[in-house]
Design a protein around this ligand. Structure first.
Ligand SMILES: [Zn+2]
Length: 279
């Protein structure tokens, strides 16, 4: 497993070097190209899904989800692993009004989850899973102005499509990772996850305990709205791993130096080692 730790950090460094990765930016296009390149090298099949969303202020934005499929050795519905790869277009937690309007680098918020999933793509290529795994990089999670409905655009689009399909085609469960790179990582049991998929939450935290990953605290934390919510809402057991205690959240200071390879590796390892136990 240890061999994957430098790979995770390399992914995060590259993503941050693209600059802010909000929809429409040059960094977003570079991040998409990077994800597609890894997809082509690791997945059995992959596709990019382009779609348009009309925002609450009647602007049309073009977004792209990227899906990688690892077919597994068993004919079963897949586990869906998700993370958003877009970053926030404005640092609205800044006090200064000029700073507030600038896009963030999003090393932790947008970068860390993407880096962990890119590492898992390599891991699943090297270690084909029993149950199929689908990795989805969601766009437009962090697009909306505060109190608008323009959040979780990619995952909402994806879940809406599933809702129109036969349930036999649905994923078995959804596991989303977001903000998992903080140097001072503390992951608690997210409340919406424990409502939607208590068994899966227990599996993950039990595995973290067995592995001695002390970044996971098996106690109840906050309720967070993130990319798992649209899936939980249609009845798919859905879990979010997140550390919301991050002082640089939605600020320009959400940069690489606030993250660590150890934190990424802890989450990567717990997810990778839990997959065989998700039944
Ligand atoms: Zn965010």
């Amino acid at each position: 497993m240890d061999a994957y730790q430098p790979l995770l950090w390399d992914h995060l460094e590259k993503l941050c070097a693209f600059g802010p990765r909000n929809p429409g930016s040059a960094g977003h296009a570079q991040a998409r190209a990077y994800i597609r390149e890894i997809a082509g090298r690791t997945a059995d099949t992959w596709q990019e899904q382009e779609f348009e969303v009309e925002t609450s202020d009647r602007e049309t934005v073009t977004l792209y989800n990227i899906e990688l499929n690892f077919k597994g050795t068993r004919d079963q519905p897949p586990i869906l692993l998700g993370a958003h790869y877009d970053t926030r277009p404005y640092a609205d937690e800044e006090i200064d009004s000029v700073l507030k309007s600038q896009p963030i680098i999003g090393a932790n918020d947008g970068g860390s989850g993407t880096a962990v999933l890119l590492g898992l793509a390599q891991y699943l290529h090297d270690h084909p899973p029993a149950r199929p795994v689908r990795i989805v990089f969601f766009d437009g999670e962090d697009y909306g102005v505060r109190f608008s409905s323009d959040y979780f655009l990619g995952s909402t689009h994806y879940a809406d499509q599933l809702a129109g399909q036969d349930k036999t085609l649905w994923p078995h469960a959804v596991l989303v990772v977001d903000m998992v790179g903080d140097k001072d990582l503390r992951i608690l049991k997210e409340v919406n996850s424990t409502k939607s998929a208590p068994g899966l939450v227990d599996t993950l935290f039990q595995k973290a305990g067995e592995l001695g990953m002390d970044q996971f605290f098996p106690k109840y934390g906050y309720a967070v709205r993130d990319d798992h919510i649209p899936f939980a809402a249609i009845g798919i057991p859905s879990v979010l791993l997140i550390d919301m205690e991050y002082p640089h959240w939605h600020k320009l200071a959400d940069t690489l130096d606030k993250c660590s390879a150890e934190s990424l590796f802890a989450v990567f390892t717990v997810v990778a080692q839990s997959l065989p136990e998700i039944n």
